[in-house]
Design a protein around this ligand. Structure first.
Ligand SMILES: [Fe+2]
Ligand SMILES: [Fe+2]
Length: 165
């Protein structure tokens, strides 16, 4: 699959944006619970992208932001616990990234709640769209892949990569 060149978030075509945040096997960390949680996050991101690009309803976008907030809190907790179990050396930095993402989402949620227009026009919808890209392509596709590499290297001589769940 060939992706269009990315020269900045504002220049992303609709086609490449949806490609970027589509779930696929290349995103798997091969721990079933985490993969299922990541897939749900990517599906939510895609829904958010559709609403944004169709200039959909602000209320719908707010509801998705609330849902994402709940899903992320549960996912981050689960992931951090598992990373502690496997002794991941980058855990503290990874936790800090999670914390920052929750704080950023709270700012976006507050702005979405204060916004009065019934449709999405410019901010804060754009900020939310950029946030979702940072979460999927920036965090899951990069930072989460780092711990996956660690987990595989650390147990390269064993069959079990992740603790039994
Ligand atoms: Fe994750
Ligand atoms: Fe993570």
């Amino acid at each position: 699959m060939k992706l269009a060149p990315v020269s900045g978030l504002h220049n992303l075509s609709e086609f490449s944006l949806k490609q970027l945040i589509s779930w696929g096997d290349h995103l798997k960390v091969h721990q079933p619970q985490i993969d299922a949680q990541h897939e749900a996050i990517f599906d939510l991101a895609l829904e958010i992208a559709h609403i944004w690009q169709d200039r959909g309803d602000l209320g719908e976008l707010r509801a998705l932001a609330e849902k994402l907030n709940k899903v992320l809190k549960a996912h981050f907790r689960y992931e951090e616990q598992l990373l502690a179990e496997i002794g991941y050396p980058g855990l503290v930095a990874h936790q800090a990234e999670h914390q920052l993402m929750l704080e950023e989402l709270q700012v976006i949620l507050d702005r979405l709640h204060k916004s009065e227009s019934g449709t999405i026009a410019g901010e804060p919808g754009l900020a939310f769209q950029n946030y979702v890209l940072g979460l999927t392509v920036g965090h899951i596709f990069n930072s989460d892949m780092d711990y996956c590499l660690y987990a595989r290297k650390a147990v390269s001589n064993q069959e079990q990569v992740w603790p039994a769940s």
